[in-house]
Design a protein around this ligand. Structure first.
Ligand code: NAP
Ligand code: G4F
Length: 335
């Protein structure tokens, strides 16, 4: 008999890749989405799977509503992807990040415990938990030092998931996922600002405005990472796993790769990048894009996921960047 999954955060980047993958494996997929005055299905539409999913009203700040959604959908597996996931915004709206990313997870867990504690639960933990840690690369053994309201809320969610597993013997696990991007990435995140920004620069000439160009990230592709989530929920035992590529690049290097891919000869003058052919500005910075506290380096060691789950990634940073740039060139073609 086919399995049923309830995915919170179905309208987000990971929601659409996970739903596509689950549907391909024969799952019945319920998508939890919060009320909105307009449709937020652009990702699902682009993937051509909008009509294959059944939607339920689900806001993770309202427990009665989560409970009803679980009673109605009777899932075998719940993937809790719902979050206010933009780190920078969590400094502006710290309470909202705490309510959604922290308490929201508790509410989903508690609803599962009340309705059917045999439902398997996946929590979207984050490499942001490591924050200011001095250790690199970071593995399941590395200690956490979160340094944003987002990361602190995610730390609560991480430990409450483990607590429910230990206290109630639930199959609840956390994937500690390093940055993963795709053509479906939200437009505020730096890789998408670059891929969309360069398409608009080619079309209309306005420069891309960024913040800290020296931040180092371990960027993978969401398509690979949603496979790891499913492997975790289908493992013999619920455990925590790091998913990462193990390769690190700065924001500046990601820009260089993008320009090289498009054969745009760029040169840097401090934090501004220009076109060698005509000195036209391509990238500049503005302090409004800096954060009160910054995570300088995230580099993941996913040996455990590779050996125990057989997980691996198909994309590297170059094929990820190419996928994103090609998608934005299609969306924003030159006239
Ligand atoms: P995303 O694109 O920002 O999607 C977040 C989803 O959460 C959206 O569907 C959003 O719905 C939904 N949401 C927000 N507030 C909600 C609420 N109160 N109730 C119900 N749903 C709500 O994020 P993502 O990149 O797919 O990431 C998925 C999860 O993995 C998140 O928990 C994120 O924190 C975590 N994570 C992501 C990464 C990464 O690099 N992408 C790495 C580690 C962990 P709307 O469309 O209505 O806004
Ligand atoms: O793309 P970002 O906003 O992603 P960030 O902060 O690493 O968070 C993402 O990954 C986490 C996993 O590690 C997730 F948990 C989280 O939900 C989210 O998906 O920023 C990446 C880096 C940062 O150091 C930032 O300061 O890029 C730097 N950056 C430089 N200029 C910028 C910009 N980031 C953004 N968003 N916009 C800029 O203009």
């Amino acid at each position: 008999m086919s399995k049923t999954a309830l995915v919170t955060g179905i309208t987000g980047q990971d929601g659409c890749y996970l739903a596509k993958s689950l549907l391909e494996k024969g799952y019945k997929v319920y998508g939890g989405q919060r009320r909105s005055t307009s449709s937020k299905h652009w990702r699902l539409d682009e993937m051509g799977i909008t009509g294959d999913i059944e939607y339920v009203e689900l806001d993770v700040v309202d427990q009665a509503n989560i409970r009803r959604a679980i009673e109605k959908t009777k899932p075998d597996e719940v993937y809790n992807l719902a979050a206010q996931s933009f780190v920078a915004l969590s400094f502006e709206q710290p309470e909202l990040a705490t309510l959604v990313d922290g308490f929201g997870t508790l509410k989903v867990l508690e609803s599962i415990r009340q309705v059917n504690p045999r439902i398997k639960f996946y929590q979207a933990s984050s490499s942001e938990l490591y924050g200011k840690t001095q250790e690199a690369p970071q593995s399941e053994q590395t200690s956490f030092h979160p340094c944003s309201p987002y990361a602190v809320a995610k730390l609560y969610a991480h430990w409450i998931t483990i607590n429910y597993r230990e206290a109630y013997d639930m199959f609840a696990c956390c994937g500690i996922l390093f940055n993963h991007e795709s053509p479906m990435r939200g437009e505020n995140f730096v890789t998408r600002k670059i891929s969309k920004g360069i398409a608009l620069w080619l079309r209309e000439g306005q420069p891309i405005v960024l913040g800290n160009l020296e931040a180092k990230r371990d960027w993978g592709h969401a398509e690979d990472f949603v496979e790891g989530m499913q492997l975790m929920l289908n493992a013999d035992q619920p455990q925590e796993y790091v998913l990462a590529t193990g390769k690190v690049h700065t924001v500046r290097q990601f820009i260089d790769k993008t320009l090289a891919y498009l054969s745009i000869p760029g040169y840097w003058k401090n934090d501004e990048c220009f076109d060698k052919r005509n000195d036209k500005l391509i990238v500049t910075t503005d302090k409004s894009n800096l954060r009160p506290a910054e995570v300088g380096l995230l580099a993941g060691d996913s040996t455990k996921a590779k050996t125990e789950l057989g997980w691996n990634h198909k994309y590297d940073v170059d094929s990820l960047m190419a996928d994103m740039v090609e998608a934005d060139l299609r969306r924003y073609p030159r006239p």
